[in-house]
Write a protein that binds this ligand. Structure first.
Ligand SMILES: [Zn+2]
Ligand SMILES: [Zn+2]
Length: 369
């Protein structure tokens, strides 16, 4: 086996360690709560039944959403975003970046893409050999272009993006609920064991530890969940929060924001009854996104209310959003212009927050002519 294959194989194995850790903690918490607390410690039958029913409900939802986040593969750009054979051959033959950009511009003419690199070039992934749809980024850990990539999450050993962002949000929400329920119901027994009101049995260790672990996870997950709730409300990915998407005439951090309710529906879907279930209901096809032509965010007061309707790929009729007009482009270009100067697409960027690591590979940065 070649050394690079051995390395990749090792990386794959190591990648599962955080998932195994979370799984072991979840299994132990199940044993500690059900057996040590409910069966051995709690005396009242009524209390046992209520605790066990609510516990199992939250446990099932937590495991279900975690499972879906881990095992839903990230989606790649559809085949329309690949160059046709003739263009591909021409692109490979061409050495001048300007000529390559011209080929890409011609190929992207009918594609629903409105974002560009910081230099105004068509975003192209040389590794996947694909024109990047809006909000798509190349993940170096997965070695593929991922639609609406949010971040590569080590805790689920998967890329969080268009295909599983809803599951990820539900996983955070149900983990919080699970930890909160455990901490709240264990607290009184924690105090009783601590003060010596309950005998020193082997349940004592489990119950004391259960409270600490639940409280610790609850506190650390709360900030991550709050941050992602804010991102959903703004229709921003973590990557876009760190680096505003660049539209034809400049970056606009609110370029995809459609207003609070529509932003929620983009992730959770049109039908409220499915919002709390880890079933795919996000709107769109992942390759094209409705754009708000200008910002109406309170942070940017001089804005005009003008939105594109949300599209659902389920009807197979999604049309590309209208291109930006010159006057609208000027308005867009007026915001956050400094991003162009500050950022450099030529460097691989690594962004991380508490529990999430993001790795984005370099984007095609050939200058436009
Ligand atoms: Zn790629
Ligand atoms: Zn990834």
């Amino acid at each position: 086996m070649a050394p690079s294959n051995v390395l990749r194989c090792c990386q794959r194995v190591v990648g599962w360690i955080p998932v195994i850790f979370i799984t072991l903690v979840a299994c132990w918490s199940y044993y500690a709560y059900v057996v040590e607390l409910c069966i051995f410690t709690i005396q009242s039958i009524g209390e046992k039944v209520i605790y066990l029913v609510v516990f199992h409900l939250s446990f099932v939802m937590f495991v279900w959403s975690y499972w879906k986040t881990i095992f839903t593969p990230p989606t790649n750009p559809s085949k329309e975003f690949r160059l046709i054979k003739a263009d591909k051959e021409q692109y490979d033959r061409e050495e001048r970046p300007e000529a390559q950009q011209e080929i890409l511009r011609r190929a992207a003419k009918d594609l629903p893409i409105y974002t560009r690199t910081a230099n105004g070039a068509i975003r192209y992934c040389d590794r996947c050999q694909v024109i990047k749809p809006d909000r798509c980024h190349h993940c170096s850990a997965c070695d593929m272009c991922v639609l609406k990539m949010d971040h590569h999450c080590p805790w689920v050993n998967n890329c969080v993006g268009f295909s599983n962002y809803k599951y990820f949000m539900l996983f955070l929400a149900y983990s919080l609920l699970y930890c909160l329920f455990i901490a709240a119901t264990v607290l009184q027994y924690f105090i009783k064991f601590w003060t010596g009101d309950l005998p020193d049995t082997h349940a004592k260790f489990h119950v004391l530890f259960l409270f600490f672990v639940a409280a610790m996870f609850f506190i650390s997950l709360l900030s991550l969940f709050s941050y992602h709730c804010w991102l959903v409300s703004k229709n921003r990915s973590t990557i876009e929060a760190f680096r505003a998407p660049v539209f034809r005439n400049g970056p606009d951090k609110n370029g995809f924001s459609l207003g609070f309710t529509k932003n929620l529906k983009q992730v959770y879907g049109d039908q409220g009854k499915y919002w709390l279930l880890p079933i795919f209901t996000s709107l769109g096809d992942g390759c094209s996104y409705p754009t708000r032509l200008v910002s109406q965010d309170p942070e940017q007061p001089n804005s005009i209310n003008h939105t594109e309707p949300a599209k659902n790929s389920a009807d197979g009729q999604s049309l590309p959003p209208r291109p930006l007009s010159e006057s609208q482009n000027r308005l867009l270009g007026g915001t956050d212009q400094h991003w162009i100067d500050e950022e450099s697409d030529e460097e691989s960027s690594k962004v991380s927050n508490q529990n999430a690591a993001i790795s984005i590979d370099q984007e095609s940065t050939k200058p436009s002519t």
